[in-house]
Design a protein around this ligand. Structure first.
Ligand SMILES: C[S@@+](CC[C@H](N)C(=O)[O-])C[C@H]1O[C@@H](n2cnc3c(N)ncnc32)[C@H](O)[C@@H]1O
Length: 134
């Protein structure tokens, strides 16, 4: 086990695992899971009554997803969303570059706390972007 890993807070309990898997199985019946580049997925699923929830990489963290998501992708994503038939909600870090790229859409801000472990937390602001008012 890696040094410092705190498993005392783990919610894993093998005695209820079977029950949890059964509930998950029921919840996911009729659900299709697809793994596609965002442009293909948007194109394939876009209908007037579709609601997309988008959780792209944070602006400035594109290098975490090398060759998959670049700064140009934010521009491309914003253009695709401008021509969407359905609805979308997108959550992202609140930075001026994102506000400029997604100008014209509805913005809401939410205060959040990041915590990678129990000892450190960081206050930050998330931007919720949508093509309809709340
Ligand atoms: C902030 S994470 C979202 C995590 C996810 N919502 C979750 O709760 O586990 C960003 C996600 O974007 C995905 N991603 C990166 N480039 C992509 C692309 N070109 N098309 C579709 N998804 C992409 C990554 O694989 C990653 O899962």
């Amino acid at each position: 086990m890696p040094k410092g890993l705190d498993i005392s807070r783990s919610s894993f309990n093998k005695n209820i695992l079977h029950k949890k898997i059964k509930l998950l199985h029921q919840r996911l019946s009729g659900v299709f899971i697809e793994c596609l580049p965002y442009e293909e997925f948007l194109d394939r699923q876009d209908k007037p009554d579709t609601l997309f929830y988008l959780d792209p990489p944070y602006y400035g963290t594109e290098t975490y997803y090398k060759d998959f998501f670049t700064k140009d992708d934010f521009q491309k994503l914003a253009s695709l969303l401008k021509n969407l038939k359905g609805y979308f909600i997108l959550s992202i870090n609140d930075v001026p570059e994102i506000r400029a790229l997604f100008k014209g859409f509805h913005f809401e801000t939410v205060q959040i706390k990041y915590s990678c472990n129990a000892k450190t937390t960081k206050q930050s602001q998330e931007l919720i972007i949508s093509n309809y008012g709340f």
